[in-house]
Design a binder for this molecule. Sequence first.
Ligand code: GDP
Ligand code: IMO
Ligand code: MG
Length: 427
Amino acid sequence: MVGAQWGDEGKGKIVDYLAASFDYTARYAGGHNAGHTVIFNNHRIILQLIPSGIIRPGKKAIIGNGTVVDPAALVAELENLKKWDIDVRGRLFLSNRAHVIFPYHREMDRAAEAARGAAKIGTTSRGIGPAYEDKASRRGIRVCDLLDTAHFAEKIEPVIVEKNMISAATFGHPLETAGLVEQYLELASHIRGLVTDTAVLLNDALDRGQPVLFEGAQGTMLDIDHGTYPYVTSSNATSGGVATGLGVAPTRLTGVVGVTKAYTTRVGSGPFPTEMLDLEAHEVRTRGNEFGAVTGRPRRCGWLDLVVLRYAKMLSGIDSLAVTKLDVFDQQSEIRVCTGYRYKGERLNEMPPDVETLSQVEPEYQTLPGWQKPTPGIRDVKNLPTAAREYLNFISEQLQVEIGLISTGPERDSTIIPRGTKLASWL
Ligand code: GDP
Ligand code: IMO
Ligand code: MG
């Protein structure tokens, strides 16, 4: 299951719904930059690194090698789950190969953003990018190193020396590293019981025929290779990330669900062709409660962009689309949908690779009528207002993909699963 836009499509709600049919839920990329909202017993729980399937009693959850893990944030997340009486013992597993986020990564993240000035990416300042940088430059510390109490200090020492040199040269001061080794060894003692070779665990489960749901974080347009670079995150959010981020071969995937809102949002900077005018955006933001689950930042709002969704379908091989937040349009009299881009008068057939071009494209819109009737509580597609059905059919026909799930509210029961779809056959 992947985000088909710029993140926050409602993945948490969809995973929570689908998780009932799967033995495992597994995260393959990102870190606690993600914020996946699940409404559970009338409470709002925000999962950051722990897969959303953990909410379902008895289900197992895996944090894969492709993620980056801030142990302090993970321990805080575990504490939060405890508050809701969600016991993760024997159900949550963390990869021994995942990379560890340290406080200096957060510092570097903030410093780099400050240095970029007006061109800042608008990161979540969780240290995600700098942690992946260390992974790529082969000076990262992994979970297995953190657990190696006898050698951890030895392993991290040269990293700290190097970081301090870079920090002093770049930012004019060394990093805050006093007490770091002790703090991390203490954190290690809290997560030791979760750590295992999760690739072996998952492949064994698959060999036994147990179903696994792969939970994407972020979204297609934030993918480091295919997104609106450099205004992206530092990992592969598209379905390819499953193979590398969990050690599960691509041939083992049965199908891919893409999640999209009925419109589009984006947090942080970067081009956004279908961004709405202030007043329209304000209305959608208010009705859709479009504020970051983790950072509280107001999300930028725009019309549905079929160019983005077509691109997402190609990149991840989306077989079935889950459309969330249909209810946010319940009061809308007219709905615009972007069906193509023009650049300097010419129709673009491919997503431009550079943000300069993408920020200058002119979206081509089709306007569809709104339905102006409430949709929450509807359980059957047949009972949706005609214009809502037509809106969904339009999306499906334009993209040549089925609509396998429709969400009309944040709660579990505001969900419609049309019959006879591929998605329905997987549940
Ligand atoms: P994620 O990052 O993709 O999991 O999405 P977020 O949790 O960051 O943001 C989605 C927001 O929309 C959350 O506040 C959800 O509770 C909410 N939400 C999800 N589906 C629906 C829906 O169908 N209708 C409405 N009104 N809200 C929804
Ligand atoms: P979920 O899983 C929306 C965005 C940030 C910023 C860019 C880089 O909840 O959909 P980072 O901290 O990753 O280096 O920030 O990516 N971003 C997200 N936007 N949803 C997310 O996750 C995001 N995770 C990162 O806002 O623009
Ligand atoms: Mg989110």
